[in-house]
Unconditional design. Sequence first.
Length: 336
Amino acid sequence: MHTIAALLAQQPEATDQPRRIVVTTHTMPDGDAIGSSFAFAYVAQLLGAEVRLYLYDGVPPAFRWLCPPCPVVTRLAELQDFTPHLLVTLDCGDAKRPGPELAAFFLEGTRPFPAWEDVCSVNIDHHVGNPCFATHNWVEPGKAATSEMVGDLAEYLHLPLQGGLGEGVYLGLMTDTGKFSFPNTTAHTMHMAARIVEQGLCVAEFTAHHENNWSLGRMRLWGELMHSITLHHNGRIASCVVQQDHLQRNHATKDDLEGFAAQLRCIGGVEVAAFMREDGPNRSKLSLRSVGHRNIRDVAAHFGGGGHKNAAGAEFTLPPQEALEQVLGKLVETWE
Ligand SMILES: [Mn+2]
């Protein structure tokens, strides 16, 4: 954290121009991705930097009530002559997570533009097994959320967790801990949330914005999917498959599926929830969720994915039902 703080404070050599920073996070951003990247952008701006957010998938509708701290672009070309000194990734467990336009940059060092020759990269994340793909890496798997790390950084720099900065940190804390209920929730997490509330965040208003915003289509989609849930392994595994036509008939999008895997885990006795989404012809995406002691990260990793002990995922080049069969097989085979 000290290195990152020092990097942010540093002025570019021989110029009085502000430091330029591109902040990014993973594709299909969740609450921690949006929360940590927004909050980091606020921190950088408070330190005098000029900042752009690069979000390959844009800001999902569920988070559009939050005020972005700076201009948001969805393609690198939109940055035009904004050549950054620093490129900062947040909540990205590996080099491919920021999206296809930056994969070659992190994997092979290929610059997307010649002017990016001297761009220095920073990776701030809390995923176990993060391969430290950037020039500077600050990875703390013990942290509940990447947003918690940004909160630590802000407080280390004596910046109050208020306004948009507080909202961003709170969003990440709340979503990555399942509203302060998952095993990753620590006293430090709750103290930080309390300080944000002390500094002006209204919990009821925030929750209303964040939760009471479902479309009728989303509600109907969840209803339909709930009817199709299957239990396996004596009721200890719950599974569900969502196909493209589920979305179409309910006028819903894949963003409307956010949180469904965690909901599956609410069934009494279920220790692992496996949710498989059809993503295209022969393409599927898995979300795995588990209760406290049960680690599903290794199963996700077996299929080339990753994540955390209790929340992980993977992608498949198979139709969803076939992919699910493989996952269920692996879960039972490795069950202890
Ligand atoms: Mn996270």
